[in-house]
Structure formats: C-alpha cells, structure tokens
Design a protein around this ligand. Structure first.
Ligand code: DOR
Length: 469
C-alpha cells in the first residue's frame, strides 16, 4: 500500500466562507494549459467565473488559496459517456455518487447515458434526471434515446427532448440494428441540429459473446464477437450520414478497422466524430486469461494491434475524444461466471492517469511495440484537448445543461478547472472511490498522474484529492 498522500495546504485569508455562496478561489503556482497554449500563471476565480490569470497575482481578502505547485491547471474535463444508473439502478450508482466520482477524476461536466430504467426516451424522465443533476458537484447533461425503449423500432420524441436542451441521442448498450430506422433518425436529428451517438455492433455477429473473437477467445473457449461486428455498423452509419447529411458520433471505438473508417469519413468531409475509452487504450483481450469479469466490457478489449491503432488514431487527430464509458455494476452482477457477468467497468476516477500513461508515457509498454512500430507520444495539451474542449464541442455543452466547458482559461470564462499533478503516483483502492460500485480493473495497480483540485462553476469540489461534499 502506498503512503497516504498529504493533502496540499489550503489556506484561507480573512473571513470564513458563507454557506451557499461561491467563494473567491486562487489557484496558485501552477502551469496553465488550454487550447491557446501554456504559461505559468495563477488563476483567480470569483463569483463562478475566472476573474484574473497571471503570474504572482495578489490574493484577494477572504480568498481560498489552492496550491497548484508542480501541477497543470487545465479546463475541467468533459466526459461524453457515463452511466449514472438513475433512475432504476441506484444500488450501482446514482447521480450524486457518479458526479462525485467525476469530480475526483477532474471532470466538470458529464453526459449521462439514457439506458436507465426507465430509459430517457421521453421528456418526463429526462427532466427528472436533469433536476437531480442540478444539485450535483459537476454539471450533468443527458443523452436521450434514439428509439422508444431502446428497442430499435420507433423513434423517440427527439424534438421534445431537444427542447429540454438534449443534444446527443443514443441507444447505447445496443446499436440501432435497422438501417431504415437509423436513416430516419439521422434525418430527424439533422432537422433538430442534434447528434446521434451510435454504439456500433451488428448483433447478428455477437450471439452470446463475452469477449473479442480471436486467439484468446479460442484458447479460453469463450464465445467472442469479431471486430467486424463493430466495423460493419461504423461503415453503414457513415454511408447513412453521406445519404442524410446528418451528424454522427461513434461511441467507444475499439478496433483498428473502425479508426480507418473514421479517418476516411473525415477526409470526405462528413460530419462524423469518434471517441475511444481509456480501457481500450490500455488493455488487450489477454487480460481475460483468468476469466476476470472486471475486464468484461462492450465493445470488448481487443488485440495489441487494435490498441496500437487506437493510440495512433489519437496521435493523428483522427479520434476526437476520450470518454470513459463509466459503467458501475453491483458485485452480484460481476461475481458470476464470465458468460453471465454484466459488461462494463468504472472509469471516471482513473481516466486521466490511464490516458496519460497510454498516450504520453508508455515507455516500456509492450503495447507500443506490438506491431514493431514506435508510436509518437501526445503532448499533455493534446490529451487535455481529447478530454476537455474537443468533447465539449461534440456535446454542444454550451447549448445544454453542461454549460460553457472546455476553456479557455481567461477572465470572464466560467471557472471550470482541473488541477492535476502529472508526476504523482498512487495505487487504486476501490474502497476509497466515490462511486457506489467497485468494478474497477485498476484495483491495486499503480497509476501516475493525479487530480489534486477540481473547481466547478467556481466552487472547489475536490481539494487535495479529497471530495469536499
Ligand atoms: O460495457 C458496457 N457497459 N458497454 C455498454 O455499451 C453499456 C455499458 C453499461 O450500461 O453497463
């Protein structure tokens, strides 16, 4: 076990904070990185917005000072893809615990997926979730479903959901199998100016699959799903975007072929974006060698060549965003044979460190040389772009409940900040996580890169790597 980390000092000058008010906060001694560049600067936040950025700024009376020595100060991270399980599965997660997990991971806004029970396929349920999210420690935007009940047959009332500010629609957990339904959905979405987010999997190729179909599934005798199940739907949906001029976001891409298809769609000028997850950047299907259900996830972990291609897609700019697909599950859903286990893993509290390791570090990682190729590394700014301003744009955060996210860190901008130490190592302890579930594949593993403070709408919700409420 690691030594418990000392919380960096928090000092208060002058009067104590009046409950219910947004304090004045000075983030002192860090390096600010946003889309416009990098500079050493303190950041003063007051009344929920950034009020000053510069070196050696005077601390206003009554301000809370947060030490950012050795840290990078970046726009709050934005996650396009989280499962908060409310309503319906609050024993696995709820909006409150999921938001706290997000804040500990440096996220100031997340998009909650609609595969709840009941699903977010109508304005009443979506309004309820948005109302619950309004009190959370980070901004909660929601995605609506594409079809009623996620059944893939009839379009959900996207118009009434869009009127609430919903900008993303998905049947995540399942892809829309019927091409005619997907075509109509794209046409309808285009009229509304919203984006369809597809979970790409041709179900006919995935009966009973618990992992990737390949060498490891053969060795283990576990039914698998081939990468082609994903790639077929990616290719079909790109063709439908060409036909309809709609806008498409491809969720959790996992295969080398999908990255090639995404790159070709972009080269053609189609409105298609794609995300990858931290776990698909970090793990291969070999992790399932012991039938460990923590590594069961949809789409499945694939080969070293796929991992290398996803990393290259991030480096090349083909991949637009990294999203966690944070998928909490109760122990009863995971402590069962692999075939019966629920797919998914926690992601919010480990994402930044995992991605930094996969894309900025990675020296000595066999994944880097799996195909005999030396992959270039991403700058930290590019990583933050993949986890902050680029997803903020895909989610149209400024137009929905997420608010203005992704920076820049400049006077007048909303004070949504993530302050992290890229060199701090820590060992993941599931018992210390804010999530209500424990299904992290990183349990007991050492990660480097730790969120020290998170400021959401001016409020320090994480200080010294500890949640403040
Ligand atoms: O592994 C996954 N779990 N993939 C999904 O697409 C859905 C998610 C869940 O809801 O648990």
């Amino acid at each position: 076990m690691p030594e418990p980390t000392e919380a960096p000092p928090v000092t208060h000058r002058g009067a104590a904070r009046v409950p219910g008010t947004v304090p004045t906060v000075v983030v002192r001694g860090g390096t600010v990185i946003d889309e416009s560049g990098q500079r050493r600067a303190d950041v003063v936040c007051s009344g929920g917005t950034v009020s000053a950025v510069g070196e050696g700024l005077e601390v206003p009376s009554g301000a809370t000072v947060l030490d950012a020595g050795g840290c990078l100060v970046v726009p709050g991270l934005v996650d396009l893809h989280v499962h908060l399980r409310e309503p319906g599965n609050e024993d696995a997660e709820c909006i409150d615990t999921g938001a706290r997990a997000a804040a500990l991971g440096g996220f100031t806004a997340v998009v909650a997926m609609p595969n709840t029970d009941p699903p977010l396929d109508n304005a009443a349920v979506a309004s309820e979730v948005l109302a619950l999210g309004a009190g959370a420690v980070c901004k909660i935007a929601v995605a609506g479903t594409i079809t009623v009940g996620r059944a893939g047959e009839h379009l959900a009332p996207m118009g009434e959901l869009a009127d609430l500010g919903v900008r993303l629609f998905t049947d995540d957990g399942a892809g829309v199998q019927d091409s005619g339904v997907m075509r109509r959905a794209l046409e309808y979405a285009r009229g509304l100016g919203v984006t369809l987010a597809e979970h790409c999997e041709d179900r006919a190729l995935a009966p009973g699959a618990a992992m990737h179909e390949g060498e490891w599934s053969s060795r283990l005798g576990v039914p698998g799903v081939p990468a082609e199940a994903e790639e077929l739907m990616v290719a079909r949906d790109i063709a439908l975007v060409r036909l309809t001029k709609g806008r498409l976001h491809l969720l959790h891409l996992s295969s080398a072929g999908s990255v090639v298809l995404l790159g070709a769609a972009k080269a053609e000028g189609l409105a298609v974006t794609g995300e990858v997850t931290p776990h698909h950047l970090a793990f291969t299907d070999a992790e399932l060698a012991d039938y460990d259900t923590a590594f069961k996830v949809y789409p499945p972990l694939r080969t070293a060549a796929d991992v290398a291609a996803l990393r290259k897609g991030c480096v090349a700019g083909t991949v637009d965003a990294i999203a966690t697909d944070h998928a909490p599950h109760r122990p009863e859903a995971k402590d069962v044979p692999l075939a019966d286990a629920a797919p998914g893993m926690l992601g919010l509290e480990t994402a930044l460190a995992v991605v930094l390791g996969a894309l900025c570090g990675g020296e000595g990682s066999p994944l880097y040389s799996a195909s005999g190729e030396q992959l270039s590394r991403l700058s930290t700014r590019d990583v933050v772009g993949l986890m902050s301003w680029r997803p903020a744009r895909i989610a149209q955060m400024a137009l929905c409940q997420g608010g203005d996210q992704g920076g820049p860190i400049t006077p007048g901008a909303p004070a949504n900040l993530c302050v992290f130490d890229p060199t701090e190592s820590w060992v993941v302890d599931p018992l210390r996580m804010a999530s209500r579930s424990r299904n992290t594949p990183w349990a007991g593993r050492k990660l480097t890169g730790r969120v020290r403070h998170t400021i959401c709408a001016g409020e320090p919700v994480v200080v010294g790597a500890e949640a403040q409420r």
